[in-house]
Design a protein around this ligand. Structure first.
Ligand code: WT7
Length: 663
């Protein structure tokens, strides 16, 4: 297990922080007794528990009568005969229940300019958008790729698709033309919604030009329209008959649009994510079950209240931006900040300044951002959180990767001022919403531990044969029962879904998360020890080592490549690539220059987030006599540690000396 060596901190951690009494007093789950009561309800009558929540939390156009259908397991169906519309639940419902003039979105642009939209305004905009999409012939079941910057329009695009029953697939704006092309083809999308450019750290970056490039690579024959939001007014090339300005498509459309009622299992979206093998997989989510958990976790994990100002810093290109920007906050009628910029522009106090500016009360970000801001405030005292008025905060959250106890403590003391609980939320693209996390008014918090499963989530730790292991013993994290917001299938590849997530070795019924974990002997708290497959987590972004290897070997200079992760102070893990060239092994300046060339190449093939931090060249790679690359050894080399393992089965032990040397 890759991560077990690196994330042990949580195991020895014995500091415990109880939720403040005044937080508990008003919390949705007020105290451990309340938490335990919910867990007991789920244990006693699993379907009844979920049916109750689904009736209370979701507005159904047609009520469901069946809760869970397991007849085609693991292709589970939830609330299958119920009908709803997700956009109705996020927008219309707020017009009906007194939130019409409440601010839904506070958009904070890269340059600090603020634009807001009330629920009434957002509803009108989404209806116009939906009518515009319909006018282009886009209809229920069609796939629409969204390649947009963080913006009100980006959220509106997702909601508009939901309104007409089109299945969106958001592609993160940092992905390359090649990655975009792959996703368009796999999804069979009929349209791309994009922007001319995006602004990041004061600089415009192209989006439309990358769409042009992706479509120019061929194979995207299903695409009829490219709809372009004018964000910067920068120059763009134009293909007549294919390209349309968003304002031309939607201005003048009616601001009412009857929602398309869909079955609960209707695919709301596909979101591509990396696995240990092959190309990224299209994780398909449902409408009813997904919405239920997006809303329910807003209430439980984030304890959302009518006066809160919620801010999740994730991009809509990731699952966190789906569940906790585009859907969850709107489904519960919250006010939220949508942020276009980056944490370090115009200075590394931007997050704290923005919290003060909008009186944010619930703040949700990634450990990697926290670690980089700790570093920044160590070197520049002006950007330290103490210089900003953070008194509006009442709850903090962490997501995407394990948070090391030191970073947790800094976050707790300096940002939360020892007043705010921290919810360390473990979940995945596939899980749709939170799985294991403290409930902020109940669970005693332990730095570095995501603590306990949410009520109704049957998480457990098993061995390689699928048998439970005792607390204190590490193993494989699984979920024993299906839950409403789980992945439904991999788009176009049900076999990969079944064998990948419900492996026969574990008995075929346990959901395999892909992470290792251990439970504390006394408390039962979970600590995630890291991925057990070849998936890396770099700054909370998930990447398959195979994907990066394929990108490297696609370069004409490269004969062979192996990619491993190595621990990194800021990004959690960093990508280290071992490369064999078709020409002689380069050294000195030539090696430096070729490494840079290959880094840029990977950036072009996948996206800048996939660029290896380090590249080492060898005449060969360490292999067993049967030709298998020994990644275990490469991981040790990448960490610059001594090899203590048995290397007697190595075909070519001498190669290890070469690969020890960083360039
Ligand atoms: C992987 C999922 C969760 C949405 C964003 C990432 C790691 C995520 C935690 C956490 C330890 C975590 C796991 C997981 N992970 N949250 N709180 N503590 N590890 O979603 O891209 O699908 O990645 O991120 O390894 O499997 P994702």
């Amino acid at each position: 297990m890759a991560g077990t060596e690196t994330q042990q901190d949580g195991l020895q951690e014995n500091r415990v922080f109880n939720p403040p009494a005044d937080f508990t007093a008003h919390a949705a789950i007020a105290g451990m007794d309340a938490y335990n009561t919910l867990c007991a309800e789920a244990a006693a009558d699993y379907e009844g528990f979920w049916a109750r929540l689904a009736r209370e939390t979701v507005s159904w156009h047609k009520p469901f009568t069946k809760t869970l259908n397991e007849s085609e397991a693991p292709f589970y169906k939830w609330f299958e005969d119920g009908e709803l519309n997700v956009s109705y639940n996020c927008l219309d419902r707020n017009l009906e229940n007194g939130n019409a003039d409440k601010t839904a979105l506070i958009f904070e642009a890269d340059d600090g300019k603020v634009t807001t939209a009330t629920y009434r305004q957002l509803h009108a905009r989404v209806c116009q958008f939906a009518n515009g999409l319909k006018s282009r012939g886009i209809k229920k079941g069609d796939r629409v790729v969204i390649y947009m910057p963080m913006s009100i329009e980006g959220v509106a695009a997702m909601q508009a698709c939901a309104r007409i029953g089109a299945t969106h697939s958001v592609v993160f704006g940092g992905f390359s033309a090649k990655s975009l092309q792959d996703r368009i083809i796999d999804a069979g999308a009929v349209a791309v919604i994009t922007a001319d450019e995006q602004m990041r750290g004061g600089k415009p970056l192209p989006l439309k030009a990358i769409v042009d490039e992706a479509l120019g690579m061929g194979g995207c024959d299903t695409i009829r329209d490219v709809i372009v939001y004018k964000r910067t007014g920068g120059n763009v090339a134009w293909t007549e008959g294919r390209d349309l300005w968003l304002h031309d498509v939607i201005d003048g459309q009616a601001d009412q649009c009857e929602p398309e009622w869909v079955g609960a299992e209707h695919p709301l979206f596909i979101l591509y994510t990396s696995g240990s093998t092959g190309t990224p997989k299209g994780v398909q989510h449902s409408s009813g079950g997904y919405l239920l958990w997006a809303a329910q976790t807003m209430k439980w994990t984030f304890d959302i209240k009518p006066n809160d100002v919620f801010w999740c810093t994730a991009d809509i290109g990731w699952i966190t931006g789906h569940t906790y920007v585009a859907y969850g906050p709107l489904a519960v009628g919250a006010t939220q900040v949508v942020f276009e910029g980056i944490p370090t522009f115009p200075h590394a106090g931007r997050f704290w300044e923005t919290i003060a500016k909008h009186k944010v009360s619930i703040f949700y970000t990634a450990p990697t951002a926290i670690r980089s801001l700790i570093k920044a405030s160590d070197t520049d005292a002006k950007v330290h959180p103490k210089n900003f008025d953070l008194s509006s905060l009442r709850l903090l959250g962490s997501v995407g990767e394990p948070i090391n106890p030191e970073a947790w403590m800094w976050y707790y003391k300096n940002v939360g001022q020892e007043r705010c609980p921290i919810v360390d939320t473990f979940w995945q693209t596939e899980t749709g919403g939170h799985m294991i996390s403290p409930m902020p008014g109940a669970t005693p918090m332990v730095p570095g531990s995501c603590t306990l499963p949410l009520p109704g989530i049957m998480a457990a730790i098993v061995d390689e044969a699928g048998q439970d292991v005792p607390n204190g013993q590490g193993g494989i994290l699984v979920v024993k029962r299906p839950w409403p917001s789980m992945i439904r299938t991999i788009w176009g590849n049900p076999e990969r879904f079944k064998s990948g997530y419900f492996p026969p070795e574990l008995g075929g019924t346990l959901y395999l998360a892909g992470d290792g974990a251990v439970r504390n002997k006394d408390t039962g708290n979970f600590t995630i020890t890291g991925r057990i497959d070849d998936v890396l987590n770099v700054s909370g972004h998930r990447m398959g080592t195979m994907e990066i290897e394929s990108a490297l070997v696609a370069n004409p200079l490269v004969a062979e490549a192996a990619v491993v992760g190595k621990p990194d102070e800021t990004t959690g893990e960093a990508i280290c690539a071992f490369v064999v060239l078709k020409r002689a092994r380069p050294t000195g300046d030539e090696a430096k220059q070729l490494a840079q060339e290959l880094r840029n190449w990977v950036g072009k093939e996948i996206g800048p987030i996939a660029k290896p931090k380090e590249i080492r060249f060898g005449d060969n790679l360490p292999k067993t006599r049967s030709g298998k690359i020994m990644r275990r050894l490469l991981r040790v080399l990448a960490k610059d540690e001594q090899i203590t393992q048995d290397i007697s089965t190595l075909e070519n032990p001498a190669i290890l000396e070469q690969l020890k040397q960083a360039i």
